[in-house]
Design a protein around this ligand. Structure first.
Ligand SMILES: [Zn+2]
Length: 52
């Protein structure tokens, strides 16, 4: 049985099925279900995004 922890997209709240779409922000690491959600979140919260 897999006990893999499912993360929810920080934009649309769907389950994140792929890894790698993350952003580091002032409030912690955010996870996204797709490039689109990541891009929109980035645009809406550009002041909170931390550089890699
Ligand atoms: Zn999403």
């Amino acid at each position: 049985m897999s006990e893999e922890e499912k993360k929810l997209c920080d934009l649309c709240q769907l389950v994140v099925e792929i890894s790698g779409l993350t952003l580091k922000t002032k409030t912690g690491e955010k996870h996204f279900c797709c490039e689109g959600c990541k891009g929109i979140y980035e645009m809406l919260n550009e002041n909170d995004i931390l550089p890699e």
